[in-house]
Design a protein around this ligand. Structure first.
Ligand code: AMP
Length: 418
């Protein structure tokens, strides 16, 4: 017996019956990002491992546990990209994209790879969209970046989402906060999960982010970062809120939002759909003022977000927002004899080169079968090529919506299209 193969665990095929949904999500994102002056950038699916180790932080889960690493034939270490920001910043620095402009706005769409436990809304290969605004620390840009995401979701028609924002401060104000957090968690250290024990030492802020219920319970009354912001960060955060108010974007301040990667500072935000279950973040982002320099560029502040298409697709389905596949053939060519085939082929080729979706089934024999097919495909017009039509060089056309039928000279029909 021959072996039948399956997709690798944590990946999936996008089948033709669903691909229109993805196409819609992607094209709408492109449209909306462009409204805000973002320009598309595409980077390779793999990078030198250091691009991620240096940016995300070599102690983060993404880098330590989830990255697909490989060596090529020459022994060089690469990783399939687990996220989009580091590659975009690598490219920004490498191609000097910030030259001669104050603010560089870039967006991307692409597959990311993380070795994680697959579940609803979480896969090992997933497609992300994201926007990076590089070159300014002005809080307006934080709000504008959030506005792109918000407008995108609104344009898709989604209603069930909330915007949550926080400030995680800067390295200066984090120091005192880390001490306070460690004091708070110290008494529970024995009962924290193994990951949290590790976080306690290396990244106390991430203790707030644990999904284990016991840890969640313990962290409930942990000190809030917002009480530790220095004046600069506090003012920045208030200004972000002021601009969000001007954009009329409703938000919740949630002091428990911390981002998974090391490079974030000040603003952090998430878009949450509470109907999605455990994986309820549609996307998130924040400010990362140190990253460009860390990646070898000049000291350049930046803010950005990323979201995943699969959770959006689930949200769209939950809110019944897909109208169905919108690809009707404009023409279906029905033939009655072998003699008609060359004429039909010439005609379909002509119509397709003129930009019309045209169907023709060379193996269909009876007229009944062809009409059934045209109906099923929801063709707008059927063009009949019978004996008489071929002989007298005209076409019989039927409007399938109104059932009206008429004859037109082949020459005239072709001229009307040129
Ligand atoms: P992150 O960079 O982890 O904050 O991810 C940003 C967004 O990408 C998340 O909010 C999800 O919508 C999506 N995402 C992240 N990881 C996965 C995954 N493993 N599978 C599907 N979507 C994901």
């Amino acid at each position: 017996m021959t072996t039948r193969y399956t997709v690798p665990r944590g990946t999936y095929d996008i089948l033709p019956s669903d691909s229109f949904k993805w196409e819609f999500l992607e094209s709408t994102f492109r449209q909306v990002a462009k409204l805000y002056g973002y320009r598309e950038i595409s980077t390779p699916m793999f990078e030198q491992v250091e691009v991620f180790e240096r940016s995300a932080g070599d102690k983060t889960d993404i880098v330590q546990k989830e990255m697909y690493r490989f060596t090529d034939r020459k022994g060089r270490s690469f990783a399939l990209r687990p996220e989009g920001t580091a590659p975009v910043i690598r490219s920004f620095v490498e191609n000097n994209l910030g030259a001669n402009v104050n603010v560089t706005k870039l967006f991307y769409i692409g597959s990311m790879f993380r070795y994680d436990r697959p579940q609803s809304g979480r896969s090992r290969q997933f497609s992300q969209y994201g926007c990076e605004c590089i070159g300014s620390n002005h809080p307006y840009y934080d709000a504008e970046n959030i506005a792109v995401f918000w407008t995108y979701l609104k344009t898709l028609g989604l209603k069930n989402f909330v915007v949550e924002i926080n400030s995680i401060g800067c390295p200066d104000c984090s120091e005192a906060y880390h001490i306070a957090l460690k004091q708070y968690f110290y008494k529970s250290l024995d009962v924290l999960c193994p990951d949290c024990k590790d976080r306690y030492e290396k990244k106390p802020k991430r203790l707030l982010d644990c999904k284990v219920s016991k840890c969640k319970e313990i962290s409930l009354y942990a000190p809030s970062m917002l009480d530790f912001l220095d004046q600069k960060c506090n003012t920045h955060f208030l200004e972000v809120q002021k601009y969000l108010d001007m954009f009329q974007i409703a938000y919740i301040v949630n002091p428990r939002i911390v981002r998974g990667l090391d490079y974030y500072s000040q603003t952090a935000f998430e878009f949450i759909n509470n109907n999605l279950g455990a994986q309820n973040a549609l996307g998130g982002g924040g400010r990362y003022d140190g990253l460009v320099q860390q990646m070898g560029g000049k000291d350049t502040p930046a803010v950005g977000f990323a979201g995943g298409f699969s959770r959006l697709l689930l949200s769209m389905e939950q809110e019944n927002l897909y109208q169905g596949e919108n690809q009707r053939p404009k023409y279906y060519i029905a033939t009655l004899s072998e003699k008609a085939t060359p004429v039909a082929i010439k005609l379909i080729h002509f119509l397709r080169t003129k930009g019309h979706y045209t169907e023709f089934e060379i193996e269909k024999t009876s007229m009944k079968a062809q009409m059934k097919s045209a109906d099923k495909l929801k063709a707008e017009f059927v063009i009949f090529l019978g004996e008489e039509e071929i002989e007298k060089k005209y076409l019989t056309i039927k409007n399938m919506d109104t059932t009206a039928q008429w004859k037109v000279e082949e020459k005239e029909f072709i001229a009307s299209m040129t």
